[in-house]
Ligand binder design. Structure first.
Ligand code: NAD
Length: 486
């Protein structure tokens, strides 16, 4: 098997696959190219899908225990190579060690926990006359398309439930962060039957080929809302099932009874974890006017102590923006704030000559609700801090978004925290905590933040068809039948 720092191959039908043309992979902390990956052709994709179909019949008919054991083996492989995965993840994604550890070890945990989930047949009726059961049967071949912010974890969120329910899968990582996923594919070929899991790399075009490919049965997609709409339109051609995990503009509401110095670090990380390149990052911070100045000052003080730099350096807390187009996009928000005269409470000055795509942690002091930095998803470390006075008004402002991924409420009055939280339109609402996820907790977006969900039995069901079997026990054709579904 190739090492972690030189050769990267696709995995197609259990074998390494290279291409004549390749795509460069950059280290965002240096802007330098440090690896090349295959650029899949349509023929490569067809081969991967053919192999997935070839493996499907046997894989889907295996006892559940076999598939569960296979997921545990993937977890073992990931854990055994965790140090190398973490270092590679930092290099290709930019995130510092703590974030890489959270993602890789989190992926291990997810695989092991989803290996314990199952969807037993449901007996709907069992009388002397009839027996009706609903089974959850696999869909066939799943195409997984992932983004660049959590490339390993978000691939595992798709691989684990797809394989557990008896599907086979073809994974396409983001062209900006393909390396760990390719490596995972290579390692999995040692523990999975050929064709069960293939990994192909390429640009956005490869994603399009997948979404309209007639032989893919479901697309599991994480990425931008606008891309999600393309995916859904394209998948409609063959009525593929889709799960869409899309963008967010998560509000956080801070009540008047918080202790500013205690809450500030939690709010800071709610917004800036993974350098704010996080679907669930707090992207609008609503602070009650009575504590606004103190909370803002506590955030500024905390932000001044945070170390931004190359994630490979010990002590770095926030890395660079992951890629050049995203860097350009984030800079537009800085420019928009500057041109409208919004005040930067901290940050705001980008050094264009920095070695990597670095942007300073920035807080914008009470910009208007309609400003771009409030209404859109910057996906970078620039956070608007906003004042509120009236509970009804802040709930309305928080919900006034086309997104509905996550939200949070912070305060000592637990009745108020819960009352407000219950009215926020989002898939996950955190109360006095943030970013707590679990393989057993449904995760997904309301409104334009997504369709369907990942994780939990609800997430597992998304990889299945309902399959209802009804038996008339009294029919003249089969009076002896008792339990054909055993
Ligand atoms: P993106 O939409 O640009 O790309 C995501 C993936 O889709 C990549 O693999 C890309 O190559 C592929 N792709 C691009 N165009 C395609 C097309 N027309 N058809 C098929 N595939 C196509 O997103 P990104 O910039 O990689 O990720 C950032 C976005 O992802 C943010 O909006 C963020 O909020 C969102 N996100 C959501 C979640 C969630 O769980 N809801 C998690 C992480 C990120």
């Amino acid at each position: 098997m190739a090492s972690f720092d030189s050769e990267f191959s696709m995995t197609v039908g259990g074998c390494a696959r290279f291409t004549t043309t390749t795509l460069p992979v950059f280290n965002p902390a240096t802007r330098g190219v440090f690896a090349q990956v295959p650029d899949a052709t349509r023929a490569d994709l067809d081969d991967a899908i053919r192999a997935a179909h070839g493996a499907f019949r046997k894989w889907s008919s295996q006892p559940q225990g076999v598939r569960s054991a296979a997921l545990v083996k993937i977890a073992d492989v990931l854990e055994k190579n965790a140090e190398q995965f973490m270092a590679l993840l930092t290099r290709e994604q930019g995130k510092p060690r703590a974030g890489a550890e959270w993602e890789i070890l989190g992926s291990v945990l997810w695989l092991r926990e989803i290996a314990r989930q199952s969807l037993p047949d449901e007996v709907i009726e069992d009388t002397v006359d009839r027996r009706v059961i609903t089974r959850y049967s696999p869909l066939g071949v799943v195409g997984a398309i992932t983004p660049w912010n959590f490339p390993v974890l978000l691939a595992v969120w798709k691989i684990a439930p797809a394989l557990m329910t008896g599907n086979t899968i073809v994974v396409k990582p983001s062209p900006f962060t393909p390396l760990c996923t390719l490596k995972l594919g290579e390692l999995c070929s040692e523990v999975l039957p050929p064709g069960v899991l293939s990994v192909v790399s390429g640009g956005d075009e490869l994603g399009k080929w997948m979404t309209n490919h007639p032989a893919i049965d479901k697309i599991a997609f994480t990425g931008h809302t606008e891309t999600g709409k393309h995916v859904m339109r394209s998948a409609a051609g063959t009525l593929k099932r889709v799960t869409l995990e899309l963008g967010g503009n998560d509000p956080a509401i801070v009540l008047p009874d918080v202790d500013p110095r205690t809450v500030a670090p939690q709010l800071f990380w709610a917004a800036f974890q993974n350098n704010a390149q996080f679907c669930n990052a707090t992207k609008r911070l609503y602070v009650h006017e009575s504590v606004y100045s103190e909370v803002l000052q506590a955030l500024v003080d905390y932000a001044r102590g945070v170390v931004v730099g190359d994630g490979a350096n010990p002590g770095t807390q926030l890395g660079p923006i992951q890629n050049q187009p995203q860097y350009v996009k984030v800079l537009e928000y800085f420019e928009d704030c500057r041109s409208h005269g919004y005040r930067f409470a901290v940050g705001g000055e980008v050094d264009p000559n920095a070695k990597g795509w670095f942007v300073p942690v920035t807080l914008v002091d009470n910009p208007p609700e309609y400003s771009r930095v409030v209404a859109e998803e910057p996906f970078g470390p620039i956070l608007p801090v906003l004042k509120w006075r009236d509970e009804e008004e802040v709930i309305e402002r928080a919900n006034d978004s086309r997104y509905g991924l996550g939200a949070s409420v912070w305060g000592s009055d637990l009745a108020a925290v819960q009352r407000i939280g219950a009215r926020l339109e989002a898939g996950t609402v955190w109360l006095n905590e943030i970013h707590q996820y679990s393989p057993h907790q449904a995760f997904g977006g309301h409104k334009e933040s997504g369709l369907g969900c990942e994780n939990s039995l609800h997430g597992l069901i998304e990889y299945t068809n309902w399959h209802t079997l009804t038996l008339n026990k009294q029919s003249q054709f089969g009076r002896q039948a008792t339990d054909y579904a055993a």
